[in-house]
Design a protein around this ligand. Structure first.
Ligand code: SAM
Length: 227
């Protein structure tokens, strides 16, 4: 029986990968990568020379057909994204759904857990996260304001992903909808050299980034305390 492994990979520090992930990446017939160059750096650090093939959000149906064909032939495949856990704001959801639909129990889909920026940020944020809502990336236009309004009245912790280009805008909108005093944690560059947790009110976080423009760089997880 063929297996599709869904493998979590590092979100920055290449040491953050499990022994099981490394073994499986060595053993499978093919690694499906969001970007073969990014995954290539991880594989070469661990001297893994398993063949790679790209699979990403823009992949055509013919690519999916090829992957399904390989599974039908009994090949074992690993699905990884550039960083973190596939399918979490990353490609893979449709592929996993299609494999389940097409093969049912004839192909095993096995998750190999690893890092995710969401959980990594929450683990060290220092706020109570017994319950939280994960919003992924906020939409750029349609629905954006509605989400900020939801965040403003939510009794639960809300978490979202943000990019360098939009972090200041996002904090500005948070201040507009939630007021300046709501507690936030902005986790930046997790597991990397410039890892940083900015904790405080929304207005303090805004002030931090506006007075340190060199820190408006990298990747961000924003955690907003509930009302
Ligand atoms: N699949 C990934 C995961 O499991 O976390 C998420 C991929 S998503 C395309 C990329 C976003 O995740 C970034 O824009 C950022 O919001 C967040 N992210 C990824 N790595 C991060 C890091 N090292 N530090 C902070 N945020 C990170």
């Amino acid at each position: 029986m063929a297996t599709l492994y869904v493998i979590g990979t590092p979100i920055g520090n290449l040491e953050d990968i499990t022994l099981r992930a490394l073994r499986v990446l060595k053993e499978v017939d093919l690694v499906l990568c969001e970007d073969t160059r990014v995954t290539g750096r991880l594989l070469s650090k661990y001297e893994i020379d398993t063949p790679k093939m790209s699979y990403h959000a823009q992949s055509k149906l013919s690519k999916v057909d090829k992957i399904l064909e390989l599974l039908k032939e009994g090949k074992n495949l690993a699905l990884v994204s550039d960083a973190g856990t596939p399918c979490i704001s990353d490609p893979g959801v449709q592929l996993v759904a299609q494999v389940r639909e097409r093969f049912g129990d004839e192909v095993s889909i096995v998750p190999i857990p690893g890092p995710s920026a969401l959980i990594t940020a929450l683990s060290a944020a220092g706020i109570s996260v017994a319950e939280f809502t994960f919003l992924g990336f906020l939409p750029h236009k349609k629905g954006r304001e509605t989400l900020f309004k939801e965040i403003a009245v939510s009794p639960r912790v809300m978490v979202f992903y943000e990019s360098t280009h939009r972090i200041e805008k996002a904090l500005e909108s948070l201040e507009k909808f939630c007021g300046p005093d709501r507690q936030v944690v902005v986790a930046r560059e997790l597991t990397k050299i410039y890892e940083e947790f900015v904790r405080g009110t929304i207005s303090e976080a805004r002030a931090h980034f506006s007075s340190n423009p060199d820190r408006v760089r990298g990747e961000f997880v924003v955690i907003v305390a509930g009302v």
